[in-house]
Ligand binder design. Sequence first.
Ligand SMILES: CC(C)(COP(=O)(O)OP(=O)(O)OC[C@H]1O[C@@H](n2cnc3c(N)ncnc32)[C@H](O)[C@@H]1OP(=O)(O)O)[C@@H](O)C(=O)NCCC(=O)NCCS
Length: 182
Amino acid sequence: MVALHTARLVLRRWRRSDREPFAHLNADPEVMEHFPSTLNREQSDAFVETIETEFEQRGHGVWAVEVQGGKDFIGYVGLHYHDFPAHFTPAVEVGWRLDRNHWGRGYATEGARAAIADGFTRVGLDELVSFTVPANVRSTRVMDKVGMTHDPGDDFDHPRLPEGDRLRRHVLYRLRRTNWRP
Ligand SMILES: CC(C)(COP(=O)(O)OP(=O)(O)OC[C@H]1O[C@@H](n2cnc3c(N)ncnc32)[C@H](O)[C@@H]1OP(=O)(O)O)[C@@H](O)C(=O)NCCC(=O)NCCS
């Protein structure tokens, strides 16, 4: 579980030095457009602690993403366990959040393919999900490109958001190991 290598990226465990650039991207309103709010430094650091705990306890988490021969931290891609009340939980999500300067180069898709492969092989999961608000087309494109499928009957209201909230409705994408094409 040291790191995953792709053609252009390294997905690795977090370093102390990732916290400052991670806080920077979590404070960017454009990166956080489809989330309830941006995060301050304290919230961003607490998120990193949660990630590290997940790696220790479950053997998976969201990886810090580094560009080979380039930036040593551009965001995260990886797996995250959810057990909030919903028809598809408990479930492991494949997710991604990258610094805006590095969007549109296929990095999220490339990293997600590696994280999915790791989830289905080393971790031994049977299914992965991914979810977001319908307006987050950048993210649903990544879900499509990695071979996840969307059944509108799976869409759900996020229980942690109040009724009427603009972000409450979510689309759910799934990928079963039996349908996975590495
Ligand atoms: C979602 C995110 C990780 C995508 O990262 P990325 O490295 O740019 O993704 P990729 O380059 O692999 O793919 C993005 C796709 O979205 C498409 N896209 C980009 N902007 C778009 C837009 N405004 N409308 C529609 N499609 C768009 C790209 O063309 C590309 O698809 P293509 O390969 O078919 O052309 C990045 O935008 C991000 O960090 N967003 C903020 C955090 C976030 O919302 N995370 C997801 C939460 S569920």
